[in-house]
Write a protein that binds this ligand. Structure first.
Ligand SMILES: Cc1ncc(COP(=O)(O)O)c(C=O)c1O
Length: 370
């Protein structure tokens, strides 16, 4: 059982959809599928703007967005986790970049971001749901601040779209990116980039050929992609969007929120400490939870035993957080069954080290809301 923050376990309906015979990507059938996917994604991004689908992982979407709109004189990137750090690395290859750094897991200080914007930035890039620390950054507030300086707003929404509220147009976000293997619940290999009209004011031809969004824009008028797409993944995305419509987006977001709340409630009762430290404008992630490894328990002790004895995979920490935290994803089509099983198994393993109190009933109480 895969309980990591992506790739996620794929629902049988989606797996079956993917096993269909190929269709030609210049034909009517493909365009119909793509139109259905694009229209569905617009709703998930909360935008009336364009959505382009790239065959590639989430990073391909990020690079396409930043490189295609690198006509900005200077970009401010917010780093309070591994993926914020990555944004800065991508941006610095494209244009003058200022990275505003915060300790990973700590909230973003808007005043520090504003100081950077005021020094002449024309764009702001940040991560909405910072998967490495399980913190939800204040997208609305950051976008509002950027607009004060008439900056383009680029948001990594790779692990929020489809699992949490994203309202690009309402918040003033110009460009946002999602990856397929996260809350959309399909295998890795697709990225979607939602783009406002304003972003094109900063278009730069110097972007990489495959990731040039102008080519995707041109082809999107016929609901096609410029190069051969991962057709099977489009079948998967079509089915995933059908499932999202059946569940209802609001219900889906609510399910993600309740599942992550149950994980946090369990952790609190079990005497475990959550890793991120959100302030009033940020919050705990609704799609992944990061918990500190208790004293005396190694990463292998927990994650190794979980895998060997229960066949359950949860994530460890990344970079300097390796061996310090573990992360439980609740993205996509995860339900009560997966959450309860995972928490019970972790509780079993940790209690062998006297590192955990019984906490399951606290999770049950929250899960009854579902
Ligand atoms: C917030 C965030 N941004 C970017 C990425 C990178 O996406 P990918 O590995 O699909 O390239 C991830 C992957 O976990 C992520 O969680």
């Amino acid at each position: 059982m895969l309980m990591i923050p992506g790739p996620v376990q794929v629902h049988g309906r989606i797996l079956r959809a993917m096993s269909r015979q190929m269709v030609g990507h210049r034909g009517k059938k493909f365009s119909e599928i793509m139109k259905y996917c694009v229209d569905g994604l617009k709703e998930l991004f909360g935008t009336d703007g364009d959505v382009y689908i790239i065959s590639g992982s989430g990073t391909a979407g990020l690079e396409a967005a930043i490189a295609s709109f690198s006509g900005v004189k200077r970009i401010t990137c917010v780093d309070n986790g591994k993926f914020g750090d990555r944004l800065g690395r991508i941006a610095s290859r494209c244009t003058d970049t200022d990275v505003v750094r915060f300790e990973w897991g700590k909230p973003v200080d808007l005043e520090a971001v504003e100081r950077s914007l005021a020094e002449g930035s024309e764009a702001l890039a940040f991560v909405h749901n910072e998967t490495s620390t399980a913190m939800l950054n204040p997208a609305k507030e950051l976008a509002k601040l950027a607009k004060k300086y008439d900056c383009l707003v680029i948001m990594d929404a790779i692990t929020s779209v489809g699992g949490d509220e994203v309202r690009m147009d309402e918040w003033g976000v110009d460009v946002a990116i999602v990856g397929s293997q996260k809350c959309l619940g399909i295998p890795p290999g697709l990225a979607a980039v939602a783009v406002s009209e304003k972003a094109w004011e900063y278009y730069s031809e110097k972007c990489p050929f495959y990731l040039d969004l102008a080519a995707y824009r041109k082809k999107s008028r016929d609901y096609q992609t410029p190069y051969t797409p991962a057709v099977s993944l489009f079948f998967a995305l079509e089915e995933a969007i059908r499932m999202i419509k059946e569940e209802g987006l609001e219900n889906r977001i609510r399910r993600h929120r309740i599942l992550s709340k149950a994980v946090r409630a369990w952790a609190g009762e079990a005497g475990l400490e959550l890793f991120p430290e959100p302030d009033e404008i940020s919050s705990y992630s609704n799609t992944v939870t990061a918990i500190k490894l208790p004293e005396g328990v190694g990463d292998k002790d927990l994650r190794g035993t979980l895998l060997n004895e229960y066949g359950i995979t949860v994530s460890g920490g990344q970079e300097h957080l390796k061996g310090k935290i573990f992360r439980i994803g609740n993205m996509g089509n995860v339900g009560k069954r997966e959450i309860v099983t995972t928490l019970a198994a972790i509780e079993d393993v940790l209690s062998r080290f006297n590192a955990c109190k019984p906490g399951l009933y606290a999770a049950f109480e929250v899960l009854r809301e579902l």
